[in-house]
Every structure is written in structure tokens, then in C-alpha cells.
Design a binder for this molecule. Structure first.
Ligand SMILES: Nc1ncnc2c1ncn2[C@@H]1O[C@H](COP(=O)(O)OP(=O)(O)O)[C@@H](O)[C@H]1O
Ligand SMILES: [Mg+2]
Length: 269
């Protein structure tokens, strides 16, 4: 696939992935035959209403849970289990409150056995990438929630992941901070070239961020449509609701959910 003028190769492939959970003694099909490819360097958003299986999909890619059927292939190799090459960023940033900002970014590097000096060098570099240079000695409880989420992103980046997996990371933030973080993550993506798979149930967020949007359906969770996002970057200006291209894309997504009942349509639109 060619996007933004760059030739790309496939990084991640989900082939026929399904997931069955036991619920009250019976089997529930939560994900059905997910086929999905993500290109190297791509920003892909997975969009769908609450309960459609976005988090389960991301956790399968992360290796945190096993699929019932199908394969997850990264860099041409079948994946089993978690690893630092798949950096996870959650809504709850899971930082250690008693540690300083830089010590939190160093956690994964410590686990890998990287020496103190090198650890610090990498951590400071990644803090600069997320716009937090100069905050390294602050304690996590002293900084804002938006900054904490940036620390979590820097921590994932410090492991040089092949792919950054983000599960509704900005959901708990107020509108203004959310917007700042969306711009920040695009900066990080442009600076690092890291492939990003970003889960959201916010239609505007998916349109603002993505190269492509994997629109999911519910009951069972499945891919409804893969949309290519042709909106030019940077998008700050064209994201106004009066912009035609933006509205067309929005309308296209909303129309995809026209068959859902109101109570199922749990999307931010
Ligand atoms: N560990 C689990 N055990 C049983 N059911 C689960 C588990 N995790 C998720 N589910 C179910 O799978 C479905 C999809 O969940 P999830 O991926 O969290 O949805 P989303 O992230 O799109 O809101 C939901 O019906 C949820 O209840
Ligand atoms: Mg979820």
C-alpha cells in the first residue's frame, strides 16, 4: 500500500482471528474472523462501540491473551505472548507513583538489564520526544494527568517497540487535554516513524489521527469496513465541522452504524 507518498511493507497481520469467552457456562463468540493488516509506519485506528471487542483485539495483538483461532503475524513471524517490541499504552497509565518521571520511563530498560547510564540516556531522549524535557526529576503524583500519559508513552517508546498499541489512552482526559494529546501523539508518530494501532470509540479522534480506520461491528465483534483516510496532514485546520471532507468521512462512518439500535451505538460522534 502507498500512503503519504511512502511505500510500505506489511508489519502486522491478523488472519482469521476469533475469540470465544466462557460466560455463565456457555461459549460467547466475542471476535469473529478478524482479518487485518497494518503497514510499517502506519497509524491505524480501530473504531467501534463499547463491547465490540476492540480491547480484546489489542490484547491479542499484545500477546496478553490468546486467540481461540487464527494467527497474529508480526514481521513475518507468528507471535506468541507479550514482549517489549509491542509497547502498550492504556487509559490507566500504570505508572509507579513513588518513582520520578525518568525512573518510570526506565522501568522496561531495567528489566532488560541495560546499564544505568545508557538507561538514563534513552529515557531522557524519549522524554524529549514526548515534549517532557526538564520534568525528569518530578514525581508522578506532582504532574498533570496529560503529562502522566506522555510518560507512559515515553516508557513504551524507550523499548524501541515495533508497534505501539494504544487502548483508548486519552479517554479519561478533559476535552482540551485530549486534543493536546492527540496533537502530541501525531508529533511522536511523525518524529519516530513508529507504527501505531490506536483503539477508540470517538469518531472524530479516529478521523483526526488515522491513515486508515478499521470500523468494527458488534455481536459478534468483527471488521465492518476498512476506511482509508485521505484527509491531508496536518489536520488541525481541516478538522472543523464545516470542512466538507471531514464531514463526508464522518457521515460515511455514521451511516455504517445505521443498523444499530440507539443503545448499541455507544460512540462519541
Ligand atoms: N476476560 C473476559 N472474559 C469474558 N468476557 C470478556 C473478557 N474480556 C472481554 N470480554 C467480553 O468481550 C466483549 C468485548 O470486550 P472489549 O474488547 O473489552 O470491548 P471494547 O474494548 O470494544 O469495549 C465484551 O462483551 C466483554 O464483556
Ligand atoms: Mg475497551
Amino acid at each position: 500500500m502507498e500512503s503519504n507518498g511512502r511505500k510500505r511493507k506489511t508489519l502486522l497481520e491478523l488472519q482469521n482471528v476469533s475469540k470465544v469467552f466462557k460466560k455463565d457456562g456457555s461459549d460467547v463468540l466475542v471476535l469473529k474472523d478478524i482479518d487485518l493488516t497494518v503497514d510499517e509506519g502506519e497509524f491505524i485506528c480501530v473504531l467501534g462501540p463499547t463491547g465490540c471487542g476492540k480491547s480484546v483485539t489489542l490484547q491479542i495483538v499484545a500477546g496478553l491473551i490468546d486467540q481461540t483461532n487464527g494467527s497474529v503475524i508480526l514481521d513475518g513471524k507468528e507471535e506468541h505472548g507479550p514482549g517489549p517490541h509491542k509497547g502498550m499504552v492504556f487509559q490507566e497509565y500504570a505508572l509507579l507513583p513513588w518513582r520520578s518521571v525518568v525512573e518510570n520511563v526506565e522501568i522496561g530498560l531495567e528489566l532488560k538489564g541495560i546499564g544505568r547510564k545508557e538507561r538514563r540516556r534513552i529515557a531522557l531522549e524519549q522524554l524529549a520526544t514526548v515534549g517532557l524535557a526538564g520534568t525528569e526529576t518530578q514525581k508522578v503524583h506532582e504532574i498533570s494527568v496529560g503529562m502522566r500519559q506522555r510518560v507512559a508513552i515515553a516508557r513504551a517508546l524507550a523499548n524501541s517497540p515495533r508497534i505501539l498499541l494504544m487502548d483508548e489512552p486519552f479517554e479519561a482526559l478533559d476535552a482540551l487535554t485530549k486534543e493536546e494529546m492527540q496533537i502530541q501523539i501525531l508529533n511522536v508518530w511523525e518524529k519516530t516513524g513508529t507504527t501505531i494501532m490506536f483503539v477508540t470509540h470517538d469518531v472524530d479522534e479516529a478521523i483526526f489521527l488515522s491513515d486508515r480506520i478499521c470500523v468494527m461491528d458488534i455481536n459478534p465483534g468483527r471488521v465492518k469496513k476498512m476506511l482509508v483516510n485521505h484527509l491531508p496532514r496536518p489536520r488541525h485546520e481541516c478538522m472543523s465541522r464545516t470542512d466538507k471532507e471531514f464531514n463526508d468521512m464522518r457521515d460515511e462512518i455514521i451511516a455504517l452504524y445505521s443498523s444499530l439500535k440507539d443503545e448499541e451505538l455507544d460512540l462519541i460522534i
